[in-house]
Design a protein around this ligand. Structure first.
Ligand code: URA
Length: 259
């Protein structure tokens, strides 16, 4: 095994463990074996960063290739369940793929499964999901008529904020679900999900309340609304009225376009 390859392996090991950033100027110590492989001792921060970026890039490419092979949601689900390019899978109990009507006119997108979703394997089944279900039913949208999914199919340990690299690797899975379903509307649950799909850094307070667009790979655009995440609404009930107004705006536009 040559020196380059060994270095790459160490970097990949770090990436798999969820470490995708370096800080400080000192080279990090290798992890896998003890005593540590000698060639890693001289690793510079720049080399480490480059290696991590390359590993993320190749996992993204792999995810995109897998997606291109899947033409149905079931095929895609099977591919995502087999995928080994995201470290989150190692700590998750289940792959939480999307749930609902494959022909839905509207897709709801959250950030990542929580503990209940990880245990059961279905998105939005915990407290946030129960609130979402109630809101949908009250707005006249049955959950079973919609499709519900997340940016990430695996729970980040302890519900930590997902890393940019994890989002980048998993985004093709969401994009492919949207291509296959081809919805007219997408409703983003929370600012992080909206930022990831729409590739923006705007705050949810600035994004909510206005129509946005998402272009699917067939060139057709879905209308997008972004609103507060149900978990945030549980913590901040004073914001429920705004989220409710967002949902009603969606339902009324869907009704208008049907007639
Ligand atoms: N929060 C999310 O963003 N997604 C879920 O599936 C559950 C909670």
């Amino acid at each position: 095994m040559n020196k380059e390859l060994s270095l790459q392996e160490i970097l990949e090991w770090y990436l798999c463990a969820g470490v995708d950033e370096t800080c400080g100027n000192e080279a990090f110590a290798p992890i896998p074996e003890s005593p540590a492989p000698r060639q890693a001792a001289g690793l510079s921060v720049r080399q480490a960063t480059t290696g991590l970026a390359q590993a993320t890039g190749s996992a993204c490419q792999n995810a995109r290739e897998i997606c291109a092979r899947a033409s149905t949601l079931e095929e895609l689900r099977a591919e995502v369940e087999k995928f080994e390019g995201c470290a989150l899978k190692m700590t998750a109990a289940h792959t939480v793929f999307g749930d609902g009507n494959p022909q839905a006119r509207v897709v709801f997108v959250g950030e990542a499964p929580g503990a209940d979703e990880d245990r059961i394997g279905i998105p939005f089944v915990g407290r946030s999901g129960q609130l979402l279900d109630k809101m949908l039913a009250a707005a006249g949208l049955e959950r079973s008529s919609c499709y519900i999914t997340n940016i990430l199919p695996w729970r980040p340990p302890g519900n930590r904020t997902p890393l940019d690299s994890e989002i980048a690797v998993c985004l093709p899975f969401l994009q492919r679900q949207l291509d296959i379903i081809d919805p007219d509307y997408i409703f983003m649950l929370g600012g992080s999900a909206a930022n990831a799909l729409l590739n923006t850094a705007e705050t949810i307070s600035r994004m909510r309340g206005r129509w946005l667009e998402y272009e699917k790979s067939n060139g057709r655009k879905a209308l997008v609304l972004a609103s507060f995440h149900p978990a945030y609404l549980l913590r901040t009930p004073g914001q429920k009225a705004k989220a409710w107004a967002d949902l009603l705006r969606l339902v009324s536009r869907m009704k208008e376009q049907k007639n």
